[in-house]
Design a protein around this ligand. Structure first.
Ligand code: F0G
Length: 351
């Protein structure tokens, strides 16, 4: 059987890319759409998880990065730069390796998960830890790309959004139509913009009969869109979405309004509860930011906003191994046993 070829080959006719352009790819996309049994019971709906942590570098960023790095290479760029809360930098670093390019990443000092830092390091990226937050990193990266010969691969680069919209295509291709509601975490707001574009294009092409309502969730300490003003000192344990002034703010509001959706906030406590539920009851290990989508769905259910019988897709954006500290924190210590079957059986309660 032929393997999945990556999003550019699978969806080339729907992407702004030449027929002959050779993709820089790690065969990203084609991720699992997993039926969520417990969430379906809790909501009375048909809930699915789009497991984006199954991408090559462990997050949805690979969909946009294959496009951004392919384009940068085609344009003769020798170096790329990005600001990141961790996943974009991990992805850029890996794809830059495939393209033979130098990759520079700007990350907020002390505020990115260890797994993501490890990825950027092992892929050989130039890492600058900035004494500021993500928003500071992004304005720095923008300034550098304007003054120096280095291509910006953040989602302000429109081809990133083009690549990320393919997740919506895959969902419709798998379900046979668009869901009623699509739920996702919101940070810099590129992904909600991308899904809305993808769903819209499939509806325009009559591949889907409708578009879903887009439901976005920010962390309550980093919820500028919900509050209607930039947050100077964003704070949340979900470091991936610790962003106070999202680049795609207006486009996210457009996705919300055109789809009849909503963008609301969930607390860190709700995020961690959803994070544990996903791992312990659905068998899906995600990073905390990813659980904001599920936390939001549960909140909306409690508020009576979820009519039963609907089809709902939640994107879980990144792999749990990115940030394992939260899995270990607060969990009981594993017990130690000698190399002895009886002792092991006793500890397991088998005798
Ligand atoms: N979930 C994860 C795991 C992320 O890494 C991000 C963004 C988001 C959700 C939010 O997506 O920004 O498109 O609204 N991470 C960026 C980064 C900011 O630098 O890796 P968004």
């Amino acid at each position: 059987r032929a393997q999945w070829r990556g999003i550019i080959e699978e969806y080339r006719d729907r992407l702004p890319i030449g027929a002959d352009t050779a993709p820089v790819t790690l065969r990203e996309g084609g991720t699992p759409l997993v039926p969520a049994q417990v969430l379906s019971e809790l909501t009375g709906c048909d809930v699915h998880l789009k497991v984006e942590g199954a991408n090559p570098t462990g997050s949805f960023k690979d969909r946009g990065m294959t496009m951004a790095i392919t384009k940068a290479k085609e344009n003769g760029a020798q170096a790329v730069i990005c600001a990141s809360t961790g996943n974009t930098s991990a992805s850029a670093a890996a794809y830059a390796v495939r393209a033979g390019m130098v990759c520079a990443v700007l990350v907020p000092q002390g505020k990115i998960a260890l797994g993501k830092m490890g990825q950027a390091l092992v892929h050989g990226a130039e890492i600058l830890q900035v004494e500021g937050n993500f928003d500071d990193c992004l304005s720095l990266a923008r300034g550098l790309s304007e003054k120096y010969p280095v291509a910006l691969v953040n989602s302000v680069n429109p081809v990133r959004i083009e690549g990320q919209k393919t997740a919506a295509f895959e969902i419709v291709d798998m379900l046979g139509d668009a869901p009623d509601i699509h739920v996702l975490p919101v940070g810099n707001a590129g992904n909600i913009t991308a899904y809305w574009k993808g769903y819209g294009e499939y509806a325009d092409a009559a591949i889907a009969s409708r578009t879903p309502r887009m439901w976005g969730f920010q962390a309550s300490g980093a919820a500028p869109i919900v509050r209607g003003e930039a947050v100077k000192d964003p704070s949340t344990i979900a470091t991936a979405i610790r962003i106070g002034n999202p680049a795609s703010w207006t486009l996210a509001e457009q996705a919300r309004d055109e789809s009849g959706g909503l963008i609301e906030a969930v607390t860190d406590r709700q995020i961690l509860r959803a994070y544990r539920l996903l791992a312990a009851q659905e068998g899906v290990f995600v990073e905390p930011a990813s659980a904001a989508s599920v936390a939001g769905l549960l909140q909306a259910t409690e508020e009576g906003k979820v009519d039963p019988g609907q089809r709902i897709v939640c994107t879980v954006t990144g792999n749990g191994l990115k940030d394992p500290d939260w899995a270990v924190a607060g969990a009981p210590q594993p017990v130690t046993v000698p190399v002895d079957a009886d002792a092991a059986a006793r500890r397991l309660g088998l005798v």
